[in-house]
Write a protein that binds this ligand. Sequence first.
Ligand code: PLP
Length: 394
Amino acid sequence: MNKLAYLEEKIEQLKKDGVYRILPVNAGPCANVITLNGRRTVNLSANNYLGLATHPRVIAAAKTALERYGVGAGSVRTIVGNQDLLEKLESTIAEFKREEAVTVFQSGLNCNLGTIPAVTDKEDLILSDELNHASIIDGIKLSKADKAVYKHKDVGDLERIVASERSKHRNILIITDGVFSMDGDLAPLPKIVEIAERYGCLTYVDDAHGSGVLGENGRGTVDHFHLNGKVDFIVGTLSKAVGTIGGYVASAQIVKEWLLHRGRPLLFSTALPPAEVAAATEAIRLLSESGEYTARLWDNARHFKAGLSALGFDLGHSETPITPVMLGNEALTMAFSKALLAEGVFVSGIVFPTVPLGKGRLRCMLSAGHTPADLDFAIQAFAKVGKNLGILSR
Ligand SMILES: *Cc1c(COP(=O)(O)O)cnc(C)c1O
């Protein structure tokens, strides 16, 4: 008897639906031009927004830490303690973010899985934007609190629920992405904070795609809206614009003390390796020193978006360098992605369940490291494939 037949059936269905993936192999660093499946390819798929994954100063910091500290942290923080490098990273991020305290987790996903259940309980209610990231949804599932979803960015819907539910719960925690990862639009944070203040609710912003991209020198969406100190829990990632790995929660000191006791990924999974911790610290220093990386990212995004718009592509309603090319049909999206790869441009198709059915798209990720020539090459490939697949008129 084949006990795994149920998985074979599911895989067969993915193939029939045209959404089965074979992951391409990149022989080298995650740069802006890569060698993919042995061929020179412009990379529009990475979250390495500022090119810091290969920055010489970041690599040098990692090397120094590697020599002094070795390759592993040895255990979980609550058992083996903190390496001084980790304490330095947390204080460096707190200063950069202009928040009281920072707690570093092993990834952004771990921040959400650890923090949401730690700061809520059964007498609470969590309100979540319907397009929040999967790691928020999973973190909410781990909480004993009541849960409800409000319509995407709809502060009227949010306020309606808050008004009718406030008296029934100890706390209401409002959770939103700062930048929505699949569309590139911004949360209406000023209004959310205002509602939260009026009704005494807690606020939680996952700023994975805002960190390093928005605000002064990339301080994030909360800084962009001048709301520093007014959001209770700000999650950021070190894995995207910062170019390394890890995540953090910026908050009041009391939140940090609690997370060090009840943030389960900190209690049950080994701390980040020292080289990555030192690399992340150096990357945050680079951002503190200069706005040039963020400025170049935005210049590239404007150039690329103008090129695709002029061709007639639907770019959704992004307000950030995230550039979704909206195609709709899942199989068409995957076919477009495959055809672009044949032209030397790598853009992953994003389809259900990452986005709703019928909302397939090619999500182009720009970086400060792209040259104008890289971007023009990609725009031309989009024009050719768009015509070949009948999406653009000839
Ligand atoms: C990417 C992302 C995460 C996960 O961050 P990692 O550090 O890669 O685990 C969490 N939340 C949002 C909104 C993201 O876009």
